[in-house]
Write a protein that binds this ligand. Structure first.
Ligand code: ADP
Ligand code: MG
Length: 379
């Protein structure tokens, strides 16, 4: 990682003490289920955020990101960590979260970030940023923190200090991914298990769209699910089986809320079914569940958009493609596509051409592999 070392040196005029890579993630299935106490099925991907760091003798924290050169080095004081409304609030918030949980850094530190993950595309650059900062803190100050705790602290930082009401999936996948495996996570209990991805190829297509209504719609969806939870008097929507939900659906007075809840309950079951399909190597079945997930997100949860619908419909017609769906919160961002290795070339060509014909620009396409959660890089 020459660029990371020379970049750190250029900005901070010394060598870093330690460095790491924290991956982004793609969710294969199980969308909008985590905050409903259900299951998600993401994998960490081989794109993410690299971070190099060194302790300082004083109490200053400094952050620099190659993605924001104009912002320069952004400084905070360890004893008075006031957020500044900029990107560095993410790692600064992680330090606040550490302190809130009793992991108080002994001194300040310098952090340098480098990324090959698109921001705001639903591949969890924010979680990768948080987890990379967390790993560096753990290393610099010899803190006894498990990867699961890192995930919880990252989520706490984003919820409490950044003010984004995200579930645990993103940070968990970035911290706990496993090479060539997807991780089935029960967002309610944080119990998890891995399933091997085998030979199938995962391709991500970035629609390049980021709708401004995404965050307000996300909060609306959470509220609608909450209303149904109260109407049905259950601790979490995803604690219901499909049958239990169907038999109590007459208690849901509002048609929109009914559809939101139906998505959550059915998507949770699809996610469990997808794990079974993967464990038995049945990619065709896995793909069908992905396609059904997209329809449900489009029609019941209403978080898709025309670009995502177009990309998934086009992908699903390409020979060798098992399944295609939007991934992430929605209203733009990416689709995730599962296919046989031999289909990758035709897929890439077809998607580029047809998207360009329809929308006048070529979408970014990333061929990814499932990789380990955040790891130290030997310097
Ligand atoms: P996502 O997590 O889907 O990529 P978010 O909106 O949750 O999208 O997080 C994106 C934000 O995270 C960016 O606006 C920026 O503040 C921060 N961020 C992500 N990657 C980097 C990076 N490489 N350098 C600095 N900040 C970053
Ligand atoms: Mg994010």
């Amino acid at each position: 990682m020459k660029e990371l070392l020379s970049g750190f040196d250029e900005i901070f005029h010394r060598d870093p003490q330690t460095a790491c890579f924290a991956p982004g993630r793609v969710n294969l299935i199980g969308e909008h289920t985590d905050y409903n106490g259900g299951h998600v099925f993401p994998c960490a991907i081989n794109r993410g955020i690299y971070c190099a760091a060194s302790r300082r003798k004083d109490s200053i924290l400094q952050f620099y990101s190659e993605s924001y050169p104009a912002a320069g080095v952004i400084g905070y004081h360890l004893d008075k960590l006031q957020l500044q409304g900029c990107w560095a609030d993410y790692p600064a918030s992680v330090i606040r979260a550490f302190a809130a949980f009793g992991y108080y850094p002994e001194s300040g530190a310098d952090f340098y970030f480098r990324s090959d993950l698109p921001e705001g595309a639903g591949l969890s650059s924010s979680a990768a940023l948080e987890i990379s900062a967390g790993i560096m803190l753990r290393e610099l100050f010899s803190l006894a923190i498990t990867p699961q705790e890192l995930a919880v602290l990252g989520q706490f930082a984003e919820n409490r200090f950044i003010g984004v009401n995200c579930g645990i999936m993103d940070q968990f996948a970035s911290a706990m991914g496993k090479n060539r495996h997807a991780v089935l996570l029960d967002a309610n209990t944080l119990s998890y298990r891995y399933a091997p991805l085998g030979e199938a190829s995962i391709i991500i297509v970035n629609s390049g769209v980021r709708h401004s209504l995404a965050s307000s719609a996300y909060n609306d969806r959470r509220r609608e699910c909450e209303r149904v939870r109260n109407m049905l008097n259950v601790a979490a929507l995803c604690s219901l089986s499909r049958e239990e939900f169907d038999s109590s659906s007459d208690k849901i007075s509002d048609e929109i809320c009914y559809r939101r809840a139906r998505h959550a309950v059915y998507e949770n079951q699809r996610t469990l079914d997808a794990e079974k399909a993967l464990l038995s190597g049945d990619y065709e079945e896995f793909g069908k569940l992905m396609n059904a997930s997209h329809i449900s997100l489009r029609d019941d949860y209403e978080v898709s958009c025309s670009e995502l619908d177009f990309l998934t419909e086009t992908a699903q017609k390409i020979p060798g493609v098992y399944g295609s769906r939007m991934t992430g919160g929605g209203f733009g961002g990416c689709t995730v596509n599962l296919m046989e290795k031999g289909a990758v070339r035709l897929f890439t060509e077809t998607i580029k051409e047809s998207f360009e014909t329809r929308y006048g620009r070529v979408p970014e396409i990333y061929t990814v592999t499932a990789c380990n959660g955040a790891e130290i890089i030997e310097l």
